[in-house]
Design a protein around this ligand. Sequence first.
Ligand code: CP3
Length: 362
Amino acid sequence: MTTDTTGTAARNGEPRRGGPADSPFVRACRREPGPHTPVWFMRQAGRSLPEYREIRANVPMLESCRRPELVTEITLQPVRRHGVDAAILFSDIVVPVAAAGVDLDIVPGTGPVVAEPVRTAADVERISPIGRDDVSYVDEAVRRLVVELGDTPLIGFAGAPFTLASYLVEGGPSRTHAKTKALMYGDPDLWHALCARLAEVTLAFLQVQIDAGVSAVQLFDSWAGALSEADYRRFVLPHSTYVLGGLGAGVPRIHFGVGTGELLGAMGEAGADVVGVDWRTPLDVATGRIGPDKAVQGNLDPTVLLAPWPVVEAEVRRIVEQGRAAPGHVFNLGHGVLPETDPEVLTRVVALVHELTARPER
Ligand code: CP3
């Protein structure tokens, strides 16, 4: 749609409509009506795609995140293939932490592994502040992508302080987050010092992406669901609020976690425009907890994509209907695409959501 067909800009002297800021995705984030419910998938760029596996064949994960031409190509792959309404930057939550001087690697099949887990105040001190020059490859990749993507919005992202702290304290992925919680309960001062340092790194990393032109950002607090609401409010909320509040309202801010049904209200309060919801909480229930001034994102169980199509279709229809209770809905999974997912099913889901939610243009 252009101003020529609506005449709006001509009347109001506003800039030309169109472009990513006027896309269905950004409109839904801002709780504005759009032509259809937008769709993207967490981990849409990744191992479910043969073209991804091919291009990554001999390149370690962290290195691939530092090569702007590779980042650009991998980010574009799911947009070309599925027709999703947004791209998400190909990177990883530990990229800024590595740029801050932490010795770590991303091990295939395991995830981030930290050489010397954080134990002391001196360990926290060694996490350096970062600026644009420390992540110039991200700045360059975003600038290239904004040109390549045209009207399709690019989502920037970062890991939230709790989830990053979990990797740094545990030394790697953890099911119980036991060492992390032991530090949090046992030495709250050190905990807050660590999270404050991580919040600075995260805020700077997101600001680089915004300055380079991303249309929205998502803060991944993937493992925050391990906490009670009281502990979340005491130990985590101030730090995530620092990040989201520090960004201001220039681009929509999405705040996501897994198993966070009890935390949805608090995660909204941290300063989100959109709250990500996993598959455990129906979207109509979620929006009741989050309130009328925020959009929701979610929440198809990624394992449903492994079931026969009629099952997938029924679940997509249910989620679209429950999403109508929210003031804005971005269709997504409740967590990332599993590597064994048939990419053709993802393409069909995009088409189905668009078809079910198509609204006539004014
Ligand atoms: O498409 C996208 O969503 C963008 C790319 C993206 C990756 N990681 C690429 C990646 C994003 C947004 C992330 C964020 C991320 N990384 C999170 C938050 C999202 C979530 O899943 O909750 C977390 C917790 C991480 C840490 C991490 N990195 C894990 C748990 C793993 C998986 C380890 C494995 O191999 O199973 C990674 C590695 C990783 N990050 C891969 C990709 C495509 C797989 C590495 C590969 O392809 O070799």
